[in-house]
Ligand binder design. Structure first.
Ligand code: AMP
Length: 338
């Protein structure tokens, strides 16, 4: 039988529960300090303790993983650089090469342009800031250390404050983008290479600290020197107006086509297109994640849209496991892994 593995963090519980429900074996790579947490869950067949997740790259841990299919998630992308991820010896579900396109802002912009996604304008230098912008760090930093500014002066003051308190380093290259006010929406999809079909799974919103709390303070009570951060604390569900669904599918299909052209073998498995709907219900996309997002954790008993498609409670973790099982049963595991 196939063993599904992942790192103990992010969405690992959902992924391994889904694998167990599909009849697969499960393995968790777990930092020693968290074993007491993960030991509580009976659907985890084996726990491999490590001091750091980087141990998956070589030594005994990498040998153990070689007999499993590793499910990549946000912690892997945040903690390892793309070359290390590409050097993982275990078969990785989906496309490990496309994770480089998620981590690198220049590649990310290229992929989004190729997919024709409407992207907020990038601002090349702080001196060109005129309207409100959001300033971001490289990689999946989870929004920590992001800030907004409306002038070059504000940009420099806030950046220096973050360097002083050690959140960012003085040589860190920051990415500046037009700030779009509206309703944030994180659109979750799955592309099945076995069926050559895009599925819309669901949509979530992220609760980010401390921007969310600051927004509840009336303007006259806010301190202009505050540097609000966008650190994700949790997620909650969102359903879209039904009239927006067709466009969501179109964006995802265009994205899958673009990924096939730029990052062989393409956008296989779960992914997320992240953005904001403005007052005219037009979507601008500021990000994508080329793997399962933690926002799918809210639908462990199935999502509204998967109920429509599959007629059964299917989490994203279980959807992944089903793809693996189908690939295994039809001798096509090489089509769903890299
Ligand atoms: P990201 O790392 O790009 O996903 O951004 C983290 C958070 O910053 C998002 O979840 C949004 O709350 C916010 N954000 C990012 N880009 C924009 C934008 N262009 N306009 C408005 N809010 C944004």
């Amino acid at each position: 039988m196939v063993t599904v593995s992942t790192l103990g963090s992010h969405c690992s519980l959902q992924v391994l529960k889904g694998a167990k429900d599909e009849g697969l074996d499960t393995l968790l790579v777990c930092e020693r300090r968290r074993i007491s947490l993960y030991g509580r869950f009976p659907f985890i067949d084996r726990i491999v303790p490590v001091d750091a997740f980087s141990e998956i790259l070589d030594g005994e841990c990498s040998l153990i993983l070689a007999d499993t299919i590793l499910i990549p998630h946000g912690t892997l992308v945040a903690q390892m650089d793309p070359a290390d991820i590409e050097s993982i010896k275990a078969p990785v579900f989906g496309n490990k090469h496309i994770l480089r396109w998620e981590s690198d802002r220049t590649l990310k912009e290229r992929m989004m342009a190729e997919a024709g996604l409407p992207v907020p304008r990038a601002v090349d230098s702080p001196e060109q800031i005129s309207g409100r912008v959001i300033v971001k760090r490289q990689g999946a930093a989870g929004g920590r250390g992001y800030f907004t500014a409306a002038s070059p002066q504000e940009y420099h003051a806030r950046r220096e404050a973050l360097i002083r308190d050690g959140t960012i380093s003085a040589d860190e290259r920051l990415y500046i983008q037009e700030y779009i006010p509206g309703v944030l929406a994180y659109l979750q999809f799955f592309y099945s290479p076995l069926r050559d079909e895009v599925e819309f799974f669901g949509c979530d919103q992220r609760h980010e600290s401390d921007i969310e709390g600051l927004a509840r303070i009336p303007a006259h009570g806010q301190n202009p020197d505050d540097v609000p951060s966008f650190n994700v604390i949790g997620n909650s569900p969102l359903v879209l107006r039904e009239s927006l669904l067709q466009d969501a599918y179109r964006m995802a299909e265009d994205f899958v086509d673009a990924a096939r052209r730029l990052a062989h073998p393409g956008m296989n498995g779960p992914f997320c297109i992240e953005g904001v709907y403005d007052s005219g219900a037009q979507f601008s996309s500021f990000e994508f994640s080329a793997r399962i997002v933690a926002g799918t954790n809210i639908y462990m008993e199935g999502s509204p849209y998967y109920t429509l498609l599959f007629g059964e409670p299917l989490s994203m973790g279980r959807r992944i496991a089903r793809e693996i099982r189908n690939a295994h049963d039809t001798g096509r595991l090489q089509d769903v892994t890299t």
